[in-house]
Design a protein around this ligand. Structure first.
Ligand SMILES: NC(=O)c1ccc[n+]([C@@H]2O[C@H](COP(=O)([O-])OP(=O)(O)OC[C@H]3O[C@@H](n4cnc5c(N)ncnc54)[C@H](O)[C@@H]3O)[C@@H](O)[C@H]2O)c1
Length: 361
Protein backbone atom coordinates (compact mmCIF):
# COMPACT_ATOMS: atom_id res chain seq x y z
CA UNK A 1 0.00 0.00 0.00
CA UNK A 2 1.35 3.45 -0.91
CA UNK A 3 0.53 6.42 1.32
CA UNK A 4 1.22 9.92 -0.01
CA UNK A 5 0.73 12.87 2.32
CA UNK A 6 -0.69 16.18 1.10
CA UNK A 7 0.61 18.73 3.62
CA UNK A 8 -1.77 21.66 3.89
CA UNK A 9 -1.72 22.44 7.60
CA UNK A 10 -5.16 21.81 9.09
CA UNK A 11 -6.40 20.59 5.70
CA UNK A 12 -3.69 17.91 5.30
CA UNK A 13 -4.71 14.45 4.16
CA UNK A 14 -3.37 11.17 2.81
CA UNK A 15 -3.73 9.67 -0.64
CA UNK A 16 -3.82 5.89 -0.19
CA UNK A 17 -3.08 3.76 -3.25
CA UNK A 18 -3.32 -0.02 -3.25
CA UNK A 19 -5.51 -3.09 -3.00
CA UNK A 20 -8.21 -2.59 -0.38
CA UNK A 21 -7.65 1.19 -0.05
CA UNK A 22 -11.39 1.76 0.51
CA UNK A 23 -11.01 -0.10 3.83
CA UNK A 24 -9.52 3.13 5.22
CA UNK A 25 -13.02 4.62 5.17
CA UNK A 26 -13.70 2.85 8.46
CA UNK A 27 -11.01 4.81 10.30
CA UNK A 28 -11.36 8.05 8.31
CA UNK A 29 -15.07 8.31 9.04
CA UNK A 30 -15.34 6.73 12.47
CA UNK A 31 -17.54 8.81 14.75
CA UNK A 32 -19.58 10.37 11.92
CA UNK A 33 -23.32 9.92 12.38
CA UNK A 34 -24.26 9.99 8.68
CA UNK A 35 -22.44 9.28 5.44
CA UNK A 36 -23.83 10.10 1.98
CA UNK A 37 -22.26 8.02 -0.79
CA UNK A 38 -22.50 9.81 -4.15
CA UNK A 39 -21.96 7.58 -7.16
CA UNK A 40 -23.37 6.41 -10.52
CA UNK A 41 -25.55 3.33 -11.01
CA UNK A 42 -22.96 1.35 -12.99
CA UNK A 43 -20.08 2.26 -10.67
CA UNK A 44 -22.16 1.28 -7.63
CA UNK A 45 -23.01 -2.09 -9.18
CA UNK A 46 -19.38 -2.79 -10.01
CA UNK A 47 -17.55 -1.34 -7.04
CA UNK A 48 -20.02 -0.20 -4.40
CA UNK A 49 -19.65 -3.22 -2.18
CA UNK A 50 -16.14 -2.51 -0.88
CA UNK A 51 -17.28 0.96 0.20
CA UNK A 52 -20.44 -0.37 1.85
CA UNK A 53 -18.46 -3.06 3.71
CA UNK A 54 -15.96 -0.48 4.98
CA UNK A 55 -18.75 1.88 6.04
CA UNK A 56 -20.59 -0.94 7.83
CA UNK A 57 -17.64 -1.02 10.22
CA UNK A 58 -18.51 2.53 11.31
CA UNK A 59 -21.51 3.53 13.38
CA UNK A 60 -22.75 5.74 10.56
CA UNK A 61 -26.15 5.71 8.99
CA UNK A 62 -25.32 5.35 5.25
CA UNK A 63 -27.41 6.42 2.27
CA UNK A 64 -26.43 6.18 -1.40
CA UNK A 65 -27.25 8.94 -3.91
CA UNK A 66 -26.85 8.15 -7.60
CA UNK A 67 -26.31 10.84 -10.20
CA UNK A 68 -26.46 10.67 -14.01
CA UNK A 69 -23.57 9.56 -16.16
CA UNK A 70 -21.97 12.10 -18.52
CA UNK A 71 -20.96 15.75 -18.58
CA UNK A 72 -24.55 16.86 -19.28
CA UNK A 73 -25.38 15.91 -15.68
CA UNK A 74 -22.48 17.89 -14.25
CA UNK A 75 -24.61 20.93 -13.56
CA UNK A 76 -26.27 22.99 -10.84
CA UNK A 77 -29.52 21.01 -11.12
CA UNK A 78 -27.63 17.90 -9.96
CA UNK A 79 -26.11 19.89 -7.08
CA UNK A 80 -29.55 21.09 -6.00
CA UNK A 81 -30.99 17.56 -6.22
CA UNK A 82 -28.10 16.22 -4.14
CA UNK A 83 -28.28 18.92 -1.47
CA UNK A 84 -32.04 18.43 -1.17
CA UNK A 85 -31.49 14.69 -0.84
CA UNK A 86 -28.77 15.28 1.76
CA UNK A 87 -31.13 17.53 3.71
CA UNK A 88 -33.93 14.95 3.71
CA UNK A 89 -31.37 12.37 4.87
CA UNK A 90 -30.37 14.74 7.70
CA UNK A 91 -26.75 15.26 6.61
CA UNK A 92 -25.15 18.05 8.66
CA UNK A 93 -21.78 19.77 9.22
CA UNK A 94 -20.17 16.92 11.18
CA UNK A 95 -21.25 14.23 8.74
CA UNK A 96 -19.48 13.21 5.52
CA UNK A 97 -19.82 12.60 1.79
CA UNK A 98 -18.04 9.79 -0.07
CA UNK A 99 -17.47 10.39 -3.80
CA UNK A 100 -17.29 6.99 -5.49
CA UNK A 101 -16.59 7.31 -9.22
CA UNK A 102 -14.56 9.06 -11.88
CA UNK A 103 -13.69 12.74 -12.13
CA UNK A 104 -17.28 13.67 -12.91
CA UNK A 105 -18.61 12.17 -9.67
CA UNK A 106 -15.64 13.62 -7.78
CA UNK A 107 -16.33 17.14 -9.08
CA UNK A 108 -20.08 16.98 -8.41
CA UNK A 109 -19.92 15.26 -5.01
CA UNK A 110 -17.00 17.47 -3.99
CA UNK A 111 -18.87 20.67 -4.92
CA UNK A 112 -22.08 19.50 -3.22
CA UNK A 113 -20.01 18.73 -0.10
CA UNK A 114 -18.35 22.17 -0.32
CA UNK A 115 -21.67 24.02 -0.27
CA UNK A 116 -24.02 21.78 1.73
CA UNK A 117 -24.43 23.42 5.14
CA UNK A 118 -21.45 25.59 4.06
CA UNK A 119 -19.12 22.60 3.97
CA UNK A 120 -19.19 18.90 4.84
CA UNK A 121 -16.17 16.58 4.80
CA UNK A 122 -15.65 14.59 1.60
CA UNK A 123 -13.61 11.46 0.93
CA UNK A 124 -12.67 10.88 -2.68
CA UNK A 125 -12.75 7.23 -3.81
CA UNK A 126 -11.69 7.54 -7.47
CA UNK A 127 -12.57 4.70 -9.85
CA UNK A 128 -11.03 5.92 -13.11
CA UNK A 129 -7.33 6.21 -13.83
CA UNK A 130 -7.75 9.91 -14.61
CA UNK A 131 -9.44 10.57 -11.29
CA UNK A 132 -6.77 8.59 -9.39
CA UNK A 133 -3.85 10.51 -10.85
CA UNK A 134 -5.47 13.91 -11.15
CA UNK A 135 -9.10 14.86 -10.52
CA UNK A 136 -9.50 13.41 -7.01
CA UNK A 137 -6.43 15.22 -5.68
CA UNK A 138 -6.16 18.90 -4.91
CA UNK A 139 -9.64 19.95 -3.86
CA UNK A 140 -10.78 21.51 -7.12
CA UNK A 141 -14.52 20.92 -7.55
CA UNK A 142 -16.88 22.37 -10.14
CA UNK A 143 -19.91 21.97 -12.35
CA UNK A 144 -20.63 23.24 -15.85
CA UNK A 145 -22.88 26.07 -17.04
CA UNK A 146 -24.40 26.20 -20.53
CA UNK A 147 -21.77 28.92 -21.14
CA UNK A 148 -18.81 26.64 -20.45
CA UNK A 149 -17.15 23.84 -18.48
CA UNK A 150 -16.27 24.00 -14.77
CA UNK A 151 -17.40 27.63 -14.38
CA UNK A 152 -19.01 27.28 -10.94
CA UNK A 153 -17.05 25.58 -8.21
CA UNK A 154 -15.04 25.74 -5.04
CA UNK A 155 -11.78 24.62 -3.55
CA UNK A 156 -12.73 21.94 -1.03
CA UNK A 157 -9.92 19.60 0.00
CA UNK A 158 -10.98 16.03 0.70
CA UNK A 159 -10.18 14.46 4.07
CA UNK A 160 -8.73 11.47 2.22
CA UNK A 161 -8.26 9.99 -1.25
CA UNK A 162 -8.56 6.20 -1.46
CA UNK A 163 -7.49 4.66 -4.79
CA UNK A 164 -7.74 0.90 -5.32
CA UNK A 165 -6.30 -0.02 -8.74
CA UNK A 166 -8.33 -3.27 -8.78
CA UNK A 167 -11.39 -1.25 -9.82
CA UNK A 168 -9.66 -0.30 -13.08
CA UNK A 169 -10.18 -3.77 -14.62
CA UNK A 170 -13.76 -2.80 -15.52
CA UNK A 171 -12.87 0.59 -16.98
CA UNK A 172 -13.61 0.92 -20.74
CA UNK A 173 -10.43 1.10 -22.85
CA UNK A 174 -10.88 4.72 -23.89
CA UNK A 175 -11.39 5.85 -20.31
CA UNK A 176 -8.26 3.99 -19.31
CA UNK A 177 -6.31 5.72 -22.10
CA UNK A 178 -7.44 9.07 -20.80
CA UNK A 179 -5.54 8.29 -17.63
CA UNK A 180 -2.50 7.05 -19.54
CA UNK A 181 -2.24 10.42 -21.31
CA UNK A 182 -2.13 12.14 -17.93
CA UNK A 183 0.50 9.68 -16.67
CA UNK A 184 2.65 10.55 -19.71
CA UNK A 185 2.26 14.21 -18.75
CA UNK A 186 3.46 13.61 -15.19
CA UNK A 187 6.40 11.58 -16.52
CA UNK A 188 7.41 14.56 -18.67
CA UNK A 189 7.13 17.08 -15.85
CA UNK A 190 10.65 16.12 -14.86
CA UNK A 191 10.20 13.14 -12.54
CA UNK A 192 12.99 10.73 -13.56
CA UNK A 193 11.61 7.76 -11.56
CA UNK A 194 8.23 7.97 -13.21
CA UNK A 195 9.81 8.54 -16.64
CA UNK A 196 11.86 5.36 -16.17
CA UNK A 197 8.81 3.45 -15.00
CA UNK A 198 6.84 4.51 -18.10
CA UNK A 199 9.76 3.90 -20.46
CA UNK A 200 10.48 0.44 -19.03
CA UNK A 201 7.00 -0.73 -18.07
CA UNK A 202 4.84 0.92 -20.74
CA UNK A 203 3.40 -2.41 -21.88
CA UNK A 204 2.56 -3.47 -18.32
CA UNK A 205 0.80 -0.15 -17.77
CA UNK A 206 -1.20 -0.55 -20.97
CA UNK A 207 -2.06 -4.12 -19.90
CA UNK A 208 -3.21 -2.75 -16.50
CA UNK A 209 -0.79 -4.87 -14.46
CA UNK A 210 -1.85 -3.98 -10.98
CA UNK A 211 1.49 -3.62 -9.24
CA UNK A 212 2.87 -1.37 -11.97
CA UNK A 213 -0.35 0.65 -12.16
CA UNK A 214 -0.25 1.10 -8.38
CA UNK A 215 3.35 2.31 -8.52
CA UNK A 216 2.57 4.74 -11.35
CA UNK A 217 -0.60 6.09 -9.68
CA UNK A 218 1.25 6.65 -6.40
CA UNK A 219 4.10 8.43 -8.20
CA UNK A 220 1.67 10.71 -10.09
CA UNK A 221 -0.27 11.39 -6.89
CA UNK A 222 2.95 12.44 -5.17
CA UNK A 223 3.81 14.84 -8.00
CA UNK A 224 0.35 16.38 -7.98
CA UNK A 225 0.46 16.63 -4.19
CA UNK A 226 3.66 18.71 -4.36
CA UNK A 227 2.06 21.16 -6.81
CA UNK A 228 -1.07 21.41 -4.66
CA UNK A 229 1.03 22.09 -1.56
CA UNK A 230 2.96 24.83 -3.35
CA UNK A 231 -0.09 26.57 -4.79
CA UNK A 232 -3.25 25.26 -3.14
CA UNK A 233 -5.73 27.60 -4.81
CA UNK A 234 -3.88 28.23 -8.08
CA UNK A 235 -3.08 31.81 -7.21
CA UNK A 236 0.67 31.70 -7.91
CA UNK A 237 0.55 30.14 -11.36
CA UNK A 238 2.64 27.17 -10.18
CA UNK A 239 -0.06 24.66 -11.05
CA UNK A 240 0.17 25.89 -14.67
CA UNK A 241 2.80 23.20 -15.26
CA UNK A 242 0.08 20.61 -14.71
CA UNK A 243 -1.37 21.90 -17.98
CA UNK A 244 1.65 20.64 -19.94
CA UNK A 245 0.33 19.48 -23.32
CA UNK A 246 -3.14 20.81 -22.55
CA UNK A 247 -3.19 23.98 -24.70
CA UNK A 248 -3.39 21.94 -27.89
CA UNK A 249 -5.32 19.12 -26.19
CA UNK A 250 -8.24 21.38 -25.23
CA UNK A 251 -8.35 22.84 -28.75
CA UNK A 252 -8.29 19.34 -30.29
CA UNK A 253 -11.15 18.24 -28.04
CA UNK A 254 -13.21 21.24 -29.18
CA UNK A 255 -12.36 20.97 -32.88
CA UNK A 256 -12.87 17.19 -33.00
CA UNK A 257 -16.16 17.46 -31.11
CA UNK A 258 -14.92 15.24 -28.30
CA UNK A 259 -14.34 12.35 -30.74
CA UNK A 260 -10.96 12.16 -28.99
CA UNK A 261 -10.77 10.97 -25.40
CA UNK A 262 -9.17 13.59 -23.14
CA UNK A 263 -6.01 11.52 -22.68
CA UNK A 264 -5.70 10.89 -26.41
CA UNK A 265 -5.80 14.64 -26.95
CA UNK A 266 -3.26 15.17 -24.15
CA UNK A 267 -0.88 12.64 -25.74
CA UNK A 268 -0.94 14.56 -29.03
CA UNK A 269 -0.63 17.83 -27.12
CA UNK A 270 2.47 16.58 -25.29
CA UNK A 271 4.24 15.64 -28.52
CA UNK A 272 3.18 18.97 -30.05
CA UNK A 273 4.65 20.82 -27.05
CA UNK A 274 7.91 18.88 -27.33
CA UNK A 275 8.15 19.62 -31.05
CA UNK A 276 7.37 23.30 -30.44
CA UNK A 277 10.08 23.49 -27.78
CA UNK A 278 12.43 21.83 -30.28
CA UNK A 279 11.50 24.27 -33.04
CA UNK A 280 12.23 27.13 -30.63
CA UNK A 281 15.58 25.49 -29.79
CA UNK A 282 14.63 25.32 -26.14
CA UNK A 283 15.46 21.58 -26.17
CA UNK A 284 17.54 19.52 -28.60
CA UNK A 285 16.32 16.89 -31.07
CA UNK A 286 17.32 14.02 -28.78
CA UNK A 287 15.04 15.41 -26.03
CA UNK A 288 12.17 15.90 -28.49
CA UNK A 289 12.59 12.27 -29.59
CA UNK A 290 12.75 11.06 -25.96
CA UNK A 291 9.50 12.82 -25.12
CA UNK A 292 7.78 11.46 -28.22
CA UNK A 293 9.03 7.91 -27.49
CA UNK A 294 7.84 8.11 -23.89
CA UNK A 295 4.32 9.07 -24.98
CA UNK A 296 4.33 6.37 -27.65
CA UNK A 297 5.40 3.74 -25.13
CA UNK A 298 1.92 4.05 -23.59
CA UNK A 299 0.30 2.96 -26.83
CA UNK A 300 -1.59 6.21 -27.28
CA UNK A 301 -1.57 7.82 -30.74
CA UNK A 302 0.50 10.94 -31.30
CA UNK A 303 -1.01 12.18 -34.57
CA UNK A 304 -4.11 14.33 -34.82
CA UNK A 305 -7.11 12.81 -36.65
CA UNK A 306 -7.08 13.37 -40.42
CA UNK A 307 -8.38 16.68 -41.66
CA UNK A 308 -7.78 18.74 -38.51
CA UNK A 309 -6.59 22.18 -39.64
CA UNK A 310 -4.13 24.45 -37.82
CA UNK A 311 -6.28 27.51 -38.52
CA UNK A 312 -9.21 25.96 -36.63
CA UNK A 313 -7.02 24.95 -33.69
CA UNK A 314 -5.40 28.40 -33.51
CA UNK A 315 -8.82 30.06 -33.53
CA UNK A 316 -9.93 27.94 -30.53
CA UNK A 317 -6.63 28.45 -28.68
CA UNK A 318 -6.84 32.21 -29.16
CA UNK A 319 -10.39 32.21 -27.81
CA UNK A 320 -9.36 30.19 -24.76
CA UNK A 321 -6.29 32.34 -24.13
CA UNK A 322 -5.42 33.40 -20.63
CA UNK A 323 -6.22 37.08 -19.98
CA UNK A 324 -2.49 37.84 -19.75
CA UNK A 325 -1.70 37.62 -23.45
CA UNK A 326 -2.04 35.75 -26.74
CA UNK A 327 -1.34 32.05 -27.21
CA UNK A 328 0.12 30.50 -24.07
CA UNK A 329 2.02 27.22 -23.93
CA UNK A 330 3.84 25.32 -21.21
CA UNK A 331 7.12 24.26 -22.84
CA UNK A 332 10.20 22.33 -21.83
CA UNK A 333 13.51 24.17 -21.68
CA UNK A 334 17.00 23.92 -20.23
CA UNK A 335 15.69 24.54 -16.70
CA UNK A 336 12.47 22.57 -16.85
CA UNK A 337 9.06 23.88 -17.87
CA UNK A 338 8.25 27.52 -18.56
CA UNK A 339 5.14 29.37 -19.66
CA UNK A 340 5.81 30.72 -23.17
CA UNK A 341 3.59 33.32 -24.85
CA UNK A 342 3.07 33.77 -28.57
CA UNK A 343 5.66 31.54 -30.25
CA UNK A 344 6.48 32.62 -33.84
CA UNK A 345 4.27 31.17 -36.63
CA UNK A 346 7.16 29.30 -38.22
CA UNK A 347 7.73 27.27 -35.03
CA UNK A 348 4.00 26.62 -34.64
CA UNK A 349 3.84 25.38 -38.24
CA UNK A 350 6.68 22.93 -37.66
CA UNK A 351 5.07 21.59 -34.49
CA UNK A 352 1.65 21.23 -36.14
CA UNK A 353 3.21 19.34 -39.06
CA UNK A 354 4.97 16.98 -36.62
CA UNK A 355 1.61 15.81 -35.21
CA UNK A 356 -0.10 15.57 -38.61
CA UNK A 357 -2.07 18.81 -38.49
CA UNK A 358 -2.49 20.46 -41.89
CA UNK A 359 -2.23 24.22 -42.38
CA UNK A 360 -5.87 24.66 -43.30
CA UNK A 361 -7.35 27.65 -45.12
N1 LIG B 1 -11.23 18.55 -10.26
C1 LIG B 1 -10.17 18.37 -11.00
O1 LIG B 1 -9.05 18.74 -10.63
C2 LIG B 1 -10.32 17.67 -12.31
C3 LIG B 1 -9.19 17.33 -13.05
C4 LIG B 1 -9.37 16.64 -14.25
C5 LIG B 1 -10.66 16.34 -14.70
N2 LIG B 1 -11.74 16.71 -13.97
C6 LIG B 1 -13.10 16.39 -14.42
O2 LIG B 1 -13.22 14.97 -14.44
C7 LIG B 1 -14.20 14.60 -15.39
C8 LIG B 1 -13.67 13.47 -16.21
O3 LIG B 1 -13.40 12.40 -15.35
P1 LIG B 1 -13.22 10.91 -15.86
O4 LIG B 1 -12.32 10.91 -17.04
O5 LIG B 1 -12.87 10.10 -14.69
O6 LIG B 1 -14.65 10.56 -16.47
P2 LIG B 1 -16.05 10.17 -15.79
O7 LIG B 1 -16.07 10.46 -14.36
O8 LIG B 1 -17.10 10.80 -16.64
O9 LIG B 1 -16.08 8.59 -15.98
C9 LIG B 1 -16.03 8.03 -17.28
C10 LIG B 1 -16.99 6.85 -17.40
O10 LIG B 1 -16.44 5.73 -16.71
C11 LIG B 1 -17.43 5.16 -15.84
N3 LIG B 1 -16.66 4.53 -14.76
C12 LIG B 1 -16.05 5.12 -13.72
N4 LIG B 1 -15.33 4.22 -13.03
C13 LIG B 1 -15.52 3.03 -13.64
C14 LIG B 1 -15.01 1.72 -13.42
N5 LIG B 1 -14.12 1.46 -12.46
N6 LIG B 1 -15.41 0.73 -14.25
C15 LIG B 1 -16.27 0.99 -15.27
N7 LIG B 1 -16.75 2.19 -15.55
C16 LIG B 1 -16.37 3.22 -14.75
C17 LIG B 1 -18.28 6.33 -15.46
O11 LIG B 1 -19.55 5.89 -15.00
C18 LIG B 1 -18.35 7.08 -16.78
O12 LIG B 1 -19.32 6.49 -17.63
C19 LIG B 1 -14.54 15.84 -16.18
O13 LIG B 1 -15.78 16.33 -15.75
C20 LIG B 1 -13.42 16.82 -15.83
O14 LIG B 1 -13.83 18.16 -15.88
C21 LIG B 1 -11.59 17.37 -12.78
Amino acid sequence: MHRVGVELGPRSYDIVVGDGAAGDLATLLSGRARVAVVTQTRVAELHGEAVQVALAATEANVETFTIGDGEEHKNLATIEALCRGFTRFGLRRNDAVVALGGGMVGDVAGFAAAVHYRGVAVVQVPTTLLAMVDAAIGGKTAVNLPEGKNLVGAFHQPVGVLADPRVLVTLPEREYRSGLGEIAKYALLGDRDLAHLVENEGEALVARERRIVSDAVARCAAIKARYVEADEEERLGLRAHLNYGHTLAHALETVCGYALAHGEAVAIGLVFAAELAGALERIDTAEVDRQRALVESLGVGTRAPDGVAATDLLAVMARDKKSSGGLTFVLAGANGLDVVDDPPPVALRAAFAAVGVTEGA
